[in-house]
Design a protein around this ligand. Structure first.
Ligand code: ATP
Length: 140
């Protein structure tokens, strides 16, 4: 079995008295949260911040808290991969438009109202749960 450890983030920004959530469209054409493999020299938090900057072009995000850790399995070239992803909650206080990292297969990056995010997100089994937890943390 191959083990992979990634980190990612739910990024929110205040908008018209409400909030919006950052989603990217990944190489499987699923709207999801930015994330990626943790490099040897970095902590999960640092990796999440770097991946958000790379995949969605957003710099200067502010860490709010940890959210949760998810696990899933998938197959790559016939090999079973056991994946762990640490998720963190960040706030974006800037005004830049997200920029998708096209060369890595990210075709879009954008802000969505919470209701819309729930409607369009792929991998709902894990993503719905992680977004619910993030919203609870934001409301506290
Ligand atoms: P990373 O973004 O960590 O570098 P990657 O792009 O190599 O990883 P994943 O995004 O983990 O790979 O995708 C590998 C497979 O896992 C995909 O084919 C997809 O079906 C599945 N997958 C991706 N995200 C999730 C998720 N949140 N829950 C369940 N399965 C997922």
């Amino acid at each position: 079995m191959i083990y992979e450890h990634s980190a990612g983030g739910i990024v929110f920004k205040p908008s018209k008295g409400n909030i919006e959530i950052l989603l990217i469209k990944d190489k499987n054409n699923n709207w999801t949260f930015p994330k990626g493999l943790i490099e040897k020299s970095e902590s999960p938090k640092e990796a999440a911040r770097r991946e958000i900057a790379e995949e969605a072009g957003l710099e200067g995000i502010v860490l709010v808290s940890e959210i949760d850790i998810i696990h899933y399995f998938y197959r790559f070239h016939g090999k079973l991969i056991n994946k762990t992803v640490d998720f963190f909650l960040f706030q974006y206080k800037g005004r830049r438009t997200p920029q998708p990292q096209r060369k890595e297969g990210i075709s879009e990056a954008n802000w969505f109202e919470v209701k819309k995010a729930f409607l369009i997100m792929g991998y709902p089994k894990s993503n719905n749960q992680i977004l619910e937890k993030a919203l609870n943390l934001i409301e506290q």
